[in-house]
Design a protein around this ligand. Structure first.
Ligand code: ADP
Length: 335
């Protein structure tokens, strides 16, 4: 899906690498978070110690992986990358932690999906740079303590609410990444256009920014599709505003940047469930999508633009959602 905030394939991952800003200074937006991170890194540098553990929370595509790379780069430390789903046993984590070199930055993406047993091992590791390794089974089992090299853990999660408190409490700092303003996305697009050698005027940049769902990953992807369109249809590196409209229309991105899944969820909420309230599970089943995806990817943006509300009784559609779908607003709460 062109407007999906998740990377779609290997090629895209490679291109993302090329478009990643390498320093906090190049990182667009998230001004508060940048200031907070800068202070954390500066303090660590003065004391010549690894920076405190950092948790990055927010929807996909907002720059969590990029920030982890920047933390390593700015503190001049190597970076090790892993992810929650890859850590399914305490042994996986023990192997990873015991192989870290002093001061290394360990990035664990989707940290909320790590195995419970590994999570518990991580508490001690984060606090005391030490783990206990269980050897043997049953009555003969013993635990062998193992000292670790001091490291900085950078955890990323789309669902900070799913992290157990003891884990959350062990991060020295939690950054909540917000969706980007269109002006900020314009700067992301201007920078990326320069990197891919494309000539793009202000109005074109603004139009792509407006339809990027507040997400730099989507902005970069739409930019590449516009580039393709201009290349194929106009044979050049410059794209007109008509090229922009045509390309985005071709890829089914609507006037405000909603993608197929966003619209399916909105449509179900407004039409099938008559504006709600409806539970997350029911809503997700009706669009054939996992509840986790609907909750961490679709809903945050719909809530942010004021189309959807979350109430104790379930999800509800706001008047703006009816307006966008062109459905008469008959009042909420009918079933
Ligand atoms: P996440 O880990 O949160 O899913 P990424 O860090 O992988 O997001 O970012 C996705 C893409 O968006 C990358 O290509 C990255 O370069 C770009 N990007 C994200 N945030 C910014 C930013 N603040 N400034 C410039 N580019 C960004």
């Amino acid at each position: 899906d062109i407007a999906s905030p998740e990377p779609v394939d290997e090629t895209e991952l490679a291109i993302e690498g090329a478009l990643r800003p390498a320093s906090l200074g190049e990182f667009v937006g998230q001004q508060k978070v940048r200031g907070q991170l800068q202070l954390l890194l500066d303090a660590a540098r003065i004391q010549a110690r690894p920076a405190d553990h950092i948790l990055l929370a927010g929807p996909p595509g907002l720059g969590k992986t990029t920030l982890a790379m920047i933390v390593a780069h700015e503190s001049d430390r190597p970076l090790r990358m892993s992810s929650g789903p890859a850590i399914q046993h305490a042994g996986d984590l023990a192997a990873l932690l015991s192989s870290l070199t002093p001061g290394e930055v360990l990035f664990i993406d989707e940290i909320h999906r790590m195995a419970r047993t590994a999570e518990e091992m991580l508490y001690l590791a984060m606090e005391d740079f030490r783990i206990d390794i269980m050897v043997g089974k049953g009555a003969g089992a013993t635990s062998i303590p193992l000292d670790l090299a001091p490291f900085t853990l950078v955890g990323a999660t789309t669902r900070s609410g799913l992290l157990p408190n003891p884990l959350r409490d062990r991060f020295g700092f939690t950054a909540h990444l917000e969706y980007y303003e269109p002006e900020e996305l314009e700067r992301v697009i201007a920078r990326s256009a320069r990197v891919i050698g494309m000539d793009l005027a202000g109005p074109q940049r603004a139009e792509i920014a407006r339809r990027s769902r507040g997400t730099p990953r989507i902005a970069n992807r739409l930019l590449r599709r516009v580039r393709d369109y201009a290349l194929v249809n106009a044979g050049g590196a410059a794209a007109t505003i008509d090229d922009v409209h045509a390309a985005l229309e071709l890829y089914d991105v609507d006037a405000i940047g909603l993608d197929r899944l966003d619209r399916a969820v909105l449509d179900a909420l407004v039409r099938r469930f008559r504006g709600g309230p409806v539970g997350l599970g029911t809503l997700s089943v009706s669009v054939g999508e996992e509840a986790d995806t609907v909750e961490s990817v679709v809903e945050p943006y719909l809530v942010r633009i004021g189309f959807m509300g979350r109430t104790p009784r379930g999800r509800v559609a706001m008047p703006e959602a009816y307006e966008h779908l062109g459905v008469a607003h008959t009042g909420q709460g009918q079933t």
